[in-house]
Design a protein around this ligand. Structure first.
Ligand code: BG6
Length: 482
């Protein structure tokens, strides 16, 4: 939409990269850490690609200094990482584990030593198993207090050094995979009623954390990271445009309206009512959600792909619990909600080996939509390409990753020119890491890690890929040289 010359990225733009505790740390039972739901889930046969676990992951727990040094050499401005709740509270609540707190103290101090802004995700899916055993985790309202207590412990300990906080990573993904598709813990399928209840609890937990943080550190910046897949209507047929509206209300605005406004979209609520699956909302909840929403500083966006919405007959396809986790192109399946929409492939767009569409312009649309609907600043908390990488003569040439990131950054720059207030761009991911359901062969990092699916494979040595040197230039030129 802009007509003048590009203004480029803001001067203090945070060029970053991201990770999550379970996917990089390893040290699954080190120094007093408790068991997490993922430590248990990955041991159920058939749940992950080739039974991969994060037991050792890429051993960031022991190699964080080397990883941070490489970040510093690259010139990284911010590093987004998550904290493992079960390192801090091995039982989810009660006794605190000082060794766990100290690990993140050391990591934060190491980042600050090089002038890298820590961006902390409070919850990136690994919940203490003890809470699952005690009261079924997110299914119980009790988790709200335990989560807020855990988050407050982090704010008190690190709030003097950490300015950027992300309360929840992809609430839409961990709840739909956990209660509708059976592919994440606790492995339940098609349980709509519990799915919405769990989400209400997660919303209350997020809100409680926002309020607690702002009480302690009013200057801190906080938001949630949402997995945003913008959606195109299949064609100009009105029923397909309505399918898109239904998709947006139930799959996107259902969460983002809570974070930004503290309310549920009316038409989605009406749909839930007609199906008897509305969550129990206690007196005062909506006021709390609104209060927290007024204090949220940004919308966190994890952007990977777009989708298509087409009207889905009442006897049409439902939720699928299979997906392409092998990297064999063309094995993904269409899914949907009967009577509302289904998501067919988009033949205008290329796809990755895991059948994710590649749509750089979708990133600009995300930003535009958030800006129009919420008028909030935006943190792109994840964006990246999962691909097979090969080591050739000790080097990793990944022009496909560079092309992917370049195209997305170009569109992000246009979003800035359109007036969107984008604060940060974090690629997924910094080092290679465990892709939850897809093992170690689906690589995302700037830094290659020598390991494969087998727990005993590889040296875990780090090798910067071509994309590492390319991103270094991008940062140096504030996105002018792509
Ligand atoms: C996001 C998650 O869903 O996408 C990350 O926040 C995840 O944890 C990333 O790894 C890529 O997904 P996948 O399934 O390819 O690992």
């Amino acid at each position: 939409m802009y007509f003048k010359e590009s203004q480029g990225f803001p001067k203090d733009f945070l060029w970053g990269s991201a990770s999550a505790a379970y996917q990089v740390e390893g040290g699954w039972n080190a120094d007093g850490k408790g068991l997490s739901n993922w430590d248990k889930f990955v041991r159920i046969p058939g749940k992950t690609f080739k039974a991969t676990t994060g037991d050792k992951a890429v051993d960031h727990y022991h190699r964080y200094k080397e990883d941070v040094r490489l970040m510093a050499e690259m010139g990284l401005k911010t590093y987004r990482f998550s904290i493992a709740w079960s390192r801090i509270y091995p039982n989810g609540n009660g006794e605190i584990n000082e060794a766990g707190l100290k690990f993140y103290d050391d990591l934060i101090n190491e980042l600050l030593k090089y002038g890298i802004e820590p961006m902390v995700t409070v919850y990136h899916w690994d919940m203490p198993q003890a809470l699952e055993d005690e009261y079924h985790g997110w299914e119980s309202r009790q988790i709200v207090d335990d989560y807020v207590n855990y988050a407050t412990t982090l704010f008190k300990r690190y709030g003097d050094r950490v300015k950027y906080w992300i309360t929840m990573n992809e609430q839409n993904i961990f709840t739909s995979f956990g209660w509708l598709k059976g592919m994440h813990p606790p492995g339940k399928e098609n349980d709509m009623k519990t799915f919405y209840q769990v989400n209400h609890h997660a919303n209350m937990a997020h809100a409680g954390a926002v309020l607690a943080l702002k009480e302690l550190y009013p200057e801190a910046k906080v938001g949630a990271s949402f997995a945003y897949s913008p959606c195109y209507a299949y064609d100009r047929k009105p029923e397909n445009a309505m399918a898109k509206a239904d998709y947006d209300d139930l799959q996107n605005y259902w969460w983002m309206d809570i974070y930004a406004y503290g309310r549920y979209p009316r038409s989605a609520w009406a749909y839930l009512e007609s199906h008897g699956v509305t969550p129990d909302v206690l007196p005062g909840d909506m006021e709390t959600l609104k209060k927290a929403a007024a204090l949220v500083d940004f919308m966190g966006v994890n952007y990977y792909q777009t989708c298509v919405a087409e009207y889905n007959d009442i006897n049409g396809v439902g939720m699928s619990n299979t997906m392409n986790t092998t990297g064999k192109k063309g094995t993904a399946q269409i899914q949907g909600i009967p009577g509302l929409y289904k998501n067919p492939a988009n033949d205008y767009l290329p796809t990755t080996d895991w059948d994710w569409t590649i749509d750089p312009m979708g990133l600009r649309m995300c930003c535009r939509d958030i800006t129009s609907r919420y008028d909030l600043p935006i943190v792109i908390s994840e964006n990246g390409l999962g691909a097979f990488d090969k080591v050739e003569g000790g080097k990793i040439h990944d022009p496909y990753r560079i092309a992917y990131l370049k195209a997305h950054i170009e569109e992000l720059k246009k979003a800035c020119d359109d007036g969107c207030r984008v604060l940060a761009y974090c690629t997924w991911s910094y080092t290679d890491l465990l892709s939850w359901l897809n093992g170690y062969q689906k690589r995302y990092g700037f830094v290659y890690v020598d390991r494969e699916e087998d727990e005993n494979s590889g040296t875990l040595n780090r090798i910067p890929k071509d994309s590492y040197y390319w991103y270094k230039k991008v940062i140096e030129t504030n996105g002018e040289e792509l």
